[in-house]
Design a protein around this ligand. Structure first.
Ligand code: SF4
Ligand code: SF4
Ligand code: SF4
Ligand code: FES
Length: 673
């Protein structure tokens, strides 16, 4: 531990703490904006400045190490004034259309204003003129960007997608994709992880709520809603419940109160997926082991961010993907065929809404493959955050809603389906069914949990030895089935590199595009709880264990669906409705896969004619109100310049690394020649 003094009090803090961490350890709050515990610590906003005895200038506490004997003041006049001026400068360039902004009331910039006691800027000037870039999944509105660079960190260092980076240099810096191309024109996976960390309304999911309200108000439409597994342990947070609280019954009740005619559960289709995917896996293994032609490893296909990533980055490996559609698109296809026939409604008169933890699902439903008989499987995807907004708008008292059930027949599911929402869950659900099918015995793990693949690590693996098989599966006798589970695109890339080189030791791989799986998907509630992933994961495993039926093949509704409608797993009808194919895209969509584009649902602000970066605007203020503010502004400008210098230094280092890499590549290439 180190000893230091904060605000006149002698305190201790763990070795290696920054000043901000030391203060936090002693329950002293230092306001911050760009800082993101554990992942983003580059000190770009300077809001967290403090006075340090002996230091010439104010120090950014989130990046300055706390040292033995240090004397720190976090709340002096000088510190408060500096923070206020920095904040006002930020605000002066900000497109403050708070009333129509999707982040209104959940905006960290607004919150900070309240904390600092500032509600308007004394400084006037030109606003950032960027025109919003609207894709089917993600909307970028750089007129609201405060250049904190959290999105850059999450996209590059956590997802390894390398889409968002500072474009231009110095005062012209904006955050965007390569050559500032629209996000639809590059290899963005639409995972939405950047929308979770953006503190303001600069990066958000593209809203679909107007479309859903319109359908709910259209008496000619039969409105059907379904909810993904991960929603039930997360949406409660939007209404004050602790992270991981299971609010399944309230969720079903709220959807009914919103006016949906049928309230179904995507879990039902998750059970269906296990039957289809498990059968496909066994078919491929049998072919390979008995001298036939097939492709292993088979890789799961239920995460659309992952699918888009592999289509762009590993277009030659698409044959490894399971041909199963994702559970919610399977559900859409079943609703508009089997269920439509059952209730005597034309498929085109139905409007299917999926409530998903994922922004990439908005893209997925627009794919031309997700259509049967000329009708789109799913009509709209809304995220957990969008559903919470709709429940609030409708004035529904979510907290006090009595529990309700999902509707039959597409609302009944097993525990295996619940764990689809967490990394490792799809694989465990598949193994519960496949092992029992092949051996006639239950999977030999305590409480059915395949312990080596439970948890939030980036890459996990397990080996299951198959012994004493039933006669029809004798080809598997003594086989050690190797499985791997990964989450987050950066980790997926590691496993895919092995696959591409023909060195993958696995038979079956589960990939989820978001770190942790759907529990922390790009459309889930934003949380400041560092343990949010563990808590939501526990919620899903608890939900699974609370069920009487915990294996997909035991779901009576699925069993009768095969008897009544599909016939057999992987049969002709299944292939027509529940299976799909994939599209080679390449990094800049050079292989020509169509990318749906989207017009904004809501009007966006009119851009002005000139292009001025936020930093340039901050630094070129001429009409400063009042001579007294001048000194403060100079101080703040110095800090802004310091932060800009730090940023340029980072960029320079990045560029130097790139040049080194390029030199190495050229040298190796020349050697080969
Ligand atoms: S991002 Fe800007 S416009 Fe949106 S709520 Fe926050 S302060 Fe208001
Ligand atoms: S959606 Fe995902 S891949 Fe696309 S920019 Fe955001 S973090 Fe990067
Ligand atoms: S887009 Fe959002 S997260 Fe990215 S730099 Fe701007 S404000 Fe920060
Ligand atoms: S919070 Fe420390 S520099 Fe932004």
């Amino acid at each position: 531990m180190i000893n230091l003094t904060i605000n006149g009090k002698s305190v201790q803090a763990p070795d290696g703490s920054t000043i901000m961490e030391a203060a936090d350890y002693n329950n002293i709050l230092i306001p911050s904006l760009c800082y993101l515990k554990g992942s983003h610590t580059i000190g770009s906003c300077r809001i967290c400045v403090v006075e340090v005895e002996g230091a010439r200038t104010l120090q950014a506490s989130c990046i300055t190490p706390a040292t033995e004997g240090m004397v720190v003041k976090t709340n002096t006049d000088k510190v408060r004034k500096a923070r206020k001026v920095l904040y006002e400068l930020m605000l002066s360039d900000h497109n403050q259309d708070c009333l129509s902004c999707s982040r209104n009331q959940s905006c960290e910039l607004q919150e900070l204003g309240k904390l600092l006691g500032v509600d308007e800027s004394r400084f006037e000037g030109a606003k950032n003129p960027s025109v919003p870039d609207v894709s089917v999944s993600i909307t970028r509105d750089m007129s609201k960007c405060i250049l904190c660079r959290r999105c850059v960190t999450v996209c590059n260092e956590i997802q390894g997608a390398n889409i968002l980076n500072p474009q231009n240099r110095g005062f012209s810096t904006v955050i965007g994709s390569s050559m500032d191309l629209p996000i639809s024109d590059v290899n963005c996976a639409f995972c939405g992880q950047c929308t979770v960390v953006c503190p303001v309304g600069a990066l958000t999911e593209t809203s679909s709520t107007d479309k859903v309200w319109a359908a709910l108000n259209d008496p000619a439409k039969r409105t059907v809603v379904q909810v993904a597994p991960a929603i039930r342990v997360a949406i409660g947070e939007e209404f004050g419940f602790a992270p991981g609280s299971r609010v399944t019954g309230k969720l079903a009740a709220a959807l009914r109160d919103l006016g949906f005619d049928d309230v179904f559960d995507t879990n039902w289709a998750a059970d269906l997926t296990i039957i289809e995917e498990g059968t496909e896996f066994l078919g491929r293994v049998k072919a390979v082991l008995t001298g036939g032609e097939s492709v292993l490893p088979i890789i799961t296909s239920c995460s659309p961010g992952w699918i888009k990533f592999i289509e762009h980055s590993f277009p030659e490996q698409l044959k490894h993907l399971s041909t199963c559609k994702s559970p919610h698109t399977m559900m859409g296809a079943v609703v508009k065929s089997f269920y439509a026939e059952k209730i005597g409604v034309e498929p085109q008169d139905m409007f299917v809404v999926s409530v998903m933890p994922c922004t990439a699902k908005k893209f997925e439903i627009e794919r031309e493959e997700m259509v049967n008989n000329g009708v789109q499987n799913v009509d709209a995807v809304i995220t957990t955050r969008e559903l919470a907004e709709m429940i609030k708008t409708a004035g529904i008292d979510f907290v006090n809603l009595p529990d309700s059930d999902f509707d039959k027949p597409l609302g009944l599911s097993t525990g295996a389906a619940d764990i689809f929402g967490v990394t490792g869950g799809v694989m465990e659900a598949a193994l519960r069914t496949v092992y029992e099918l092949v051996t006639g015995r239950e999977l030999p793990f305590e409480k059915l949990h395949v312990t080596p693949i439970v948890g939030l690590e980036g890459i996990k693996e397990a080996t299951i030895k198959i012994e004493n098989t039933l006669p029809e599966y004798s080809f598997l006798e003594g086989v050690e089935v190797n499985v791997a589970v990964t989450n987050g695109l950066k980790n997926a890339r590691v496993l895919m590199q092995q696959v591409a080189e023909g060195k993958s030791p696995y038979h079956f791989i589960e990939v989820m595009g978001c770190p942790g799986g759907c529990i922390t998907g790009g459309g889930q509630p934003r949380s400041s709880d560092p343990d949010v992933r563990q808590k939501r994961m526990k919620g899903l495993y608890d939900e699974d264990e609370s069920k009487v039926l915990r294996k997909s093949h035991e779901n009576p509704s699925i069993i009768s669906f095969y008897k009544e409608y599909l016939g057999e797993p992987n049969g002709h009808k299944s292939h027509e409705l529940l299976h799909t194919h994939y599209t080679k895209r390449g990094i800049y969509n050079e292989f020509g896969g169509p990318i749906p584009v989207k017009k904004p649902e809501k009007p966006v602000h009119e851009p002005s004619k000139t292009t001025v970066s936020p930093m340039a605007v901050q630094l070129s203020k001429r009409d400063i109100a009042g001579a007294n503010a001048q000194q403060e502004v100079y101080g703040a400008q110095n800090m802004a310049l310091e932060s800009e210098n730090a940023r340029l230094k980072d960029e320079l280092e990045d560029m130097q690394k790139t040049v080194e890499t390029l030199k190495r590549v050229v040298a190796e290439y020349s050697k080969k020649q």
